[in-house]
Design a protein around this ligand. Structure first.
Ligand SMILES: Cc1cc2nc3c(=O)[nH]c(=O)nc-3n(C[C@H](O)[C@H](O)[C@H](O)COP(=O)(O)OP(=O)(O)OC[C@H]3O[C@@H](n4cnc5c(N)ncnc54)[C@H](O)[C@@H]3O)c2cc1C
Length: 485
């Protein structure tokens, strides 16, 4: 915890950045103490986490370096942030008198290099703006998380995010070329942009996924891809919910046969009703693919998938236009967040998600046993289900989606009574069957308590990285590695 007073922290930051870049407004500070993991507290405007001393807006890697050096010298916990769409407690200020370092003001696209097919931008560039600009030129990053209208480059890289078209383009870790990041001692490190190199370990992966617990990301170079939406093909099948195991096997079949659709999804009946209720009968699950890319390739992917699926009499093909329509309205921006807030206030019913992954031979058991246990053990559930939305040759993810009524419970008790309990059951089932408790939102703070079970003997490596890069323990404490009680 800081070795100087709250007032001295603010004075020191003003000396470095000037008063316009240092915010100490009470309401801003309160709102900066948490993220959407504590959605109900956020909605009720009840703040249970230590309130930070300041939020600072940085304009360059040099400013980040100076702020981090000051924090390191004075043992002040810092919480990096950009788009503020975090969902797993990564933005919670877990220690007294923390400083939130906001990089959203570093929002310049530095270079679009069409010949080498890469784009370089600062950490605060919003993904939606970047991709819209690129699409006008006939390119795309290929990255499309549901939070595309909210998220910015720093957070996207820090959380190892993944987008809806991951089966073709991969997660952000597959898109990154080079990066710049600042470490707690103020050292600015740049990893150059090359197509590949074998000079030792891939140090990009110390930065990617660090969740603000090792370093501050200031610049990112991503690959570019051609944007060819006219060639898109949409494929969908409905199936009875009892055939979810078959649904996973269908996803597997497409991956194993070597097809590369851009998305591949399986929704169980409960979750499907949230998206397709206009035409999908209750009790039906749904399988969806989209093929994207050159005109010679997408019809071949469509034909290949249809040929494979035609061998399963349990599947019933649906009109591809229905899938295309659904695909157009997937993302969430500030409008949807504001609507959700009003809905929660009005109904006291809240929807949350937890994303995990598993191999083909255990994903169904993870899905089924977690859903069954939650429905049995947690009160007031109104919906329990989920979907698989990112598939690989050796397995897939499960995105649990759950809603519950908040009954006889103060805002500050909601986490313990419902959200943490559900998370715990999911993590227990994932660990039991050998999957990963985090597929793409980041471990954050709530799931950090399971980190040793998640990592097993390789936890040694993560802990050693933390000790080496952040010996004074100032980087987003409680994230990745739990706080010692
Ligand atoms: C509605 C909704 C849908 C979502 N859908 C997806 C999805 O499809 N796929 C997906 O992967 N995620 C999804 N998310 C989660 C979230 O949007 C992503 O994890 C995103 O990458 C966060 O980016 P951000 O800029 O908002 O980061 P923030 O929320 O600001 O921060 C997220 C984490 O990254 C750290 N961080 C932020 N900036 C930096 C930096 N410059 N240097 C170091 N650390 C930093 C923070 O400390 C924090 O731990 C969704 C979230 C919401 C609310």
């Amino acid at each position: 915890m800081a070795i100087i007073s709250r007032e001295q922290i603010v004075e020191g930051l003003v000396d470095i950045l000037g008063s316009e870049q240092v915010v100490t407004d009470e309401q801003v500070l309160k709102e900066s103490s948490l993220d959407r993991y504590r959605k109900y507290e956020q909605v009720c405007e009840v703040y249970t986490q230590p309130i930070p001393a300041a939020v600072v807006y940085v304009k360059s890697a040099e400013e980040v370096s100076e702020v981090l050096t000051f924090a390191n010298d004075n043992e002040i916990n810092v919480v990096p942030r950009t788009g503020q769409s975090a969902i797993e407690g990564g933005l919670e200020t877990a220690l007294k008198d923390s400083v939130v370092i906001d990089g959203s003001t570093m929002n310049k696209v530095i270079k679009v290099d069409e010949y080498n097919m890469q784009v370089t931008c600062q950490c605060g560039v919003p993904l939606q703006e970047l991709d819209d600009m690129l699409r006008e030129r006939g390119y795309t990053t290929g990255h499309s998380p549901q939070s595309k209208p909210l998220a910015q480059m720093g957070g996207l890289v820090a959380t190892r995010s993944i987008g809806q078209f991951s089966t073709l383009y991969g997660g952000i870790e597959d898109m990154i070329v080079g990066m710049e990041a600042v470490f707690p001692n103020g050292k600015i490190c740049r990893i150059k942009n090359v197509p590949r190199r074998a000079a030792g370990p891939d140090i990009r992966h110390i930065i990617c996924g660090n969740e603000g617990a090792l370093c501050y990301i200031t610049e990112v170079t991503l690959k570019l891809f051609k944007w060819q939406p006219d060639n898109n093909r949409y494929i969908g099948y409905m199936l009875d919910d009892e055939y979810m195991k078959l649904g996973f096997d269908c996803l597997r079949e497409v991956m194993v046969e070597g097809y590369k659709p851009s998305f591949a999804r399986l929704y169980d009946a409960a979750d499907a009703q949230q998206h397709f209720s206009a035409w999908l009968p209750e009790g039906k699950a749904i399988l969806i693919w989209m093929a994207e890319g050159p005109a010679n390739i997408t019809p071949a992917i469509e034909a290949g998938i249809k040929e494979m699926m035609s061998k399963h009499p349990e599947l019933e093909e649906v009109d591809p236009k229905l899938i295309e329509k659904w695909y157009g309205g997937l993302n969430w921006g500030p409008e949807q967040i504001a609507e959700e807030k009003e809905e929660i206030k009005a109904t006291q019913n809240i929807g949350i998600t937890t994303e995990v992954s598993g191999s083909w031979d255990n994903i169904y058991d993870i899905y089924k046993t977690a859903c069954d246990r939650i429905l049995e053990e947690v009160p007031d559930m109104t919906l329990m289900g989920g979907h698989s939305s990112h598939s690989y040759i050796n397995g897939t993810n499960m995105y649990f989606v759950y809603y519950y009524n908040i009954v006889d419970c103060a805002p500050e008790e909601e986490i313990n009574k419902y959200h943490d309990r559900i998370n715990q059951i999911i993590c227990e089932q994932v660990i039991k069957y050998g999957g990963s408790i985090v597929h793409h939102h980041g471990l954050g703070k709530a799931r950090a308590k399971y980190v040793t079970q998640e990592y097993g003997s390789s936890y040694y490596m993560l802990k050693t990285l933390k000790q080496a890069f952040d010996p004074n323990g100032i980087m987003n404490m409680g994230t990745l590695i739990p706080l010692r009680k």
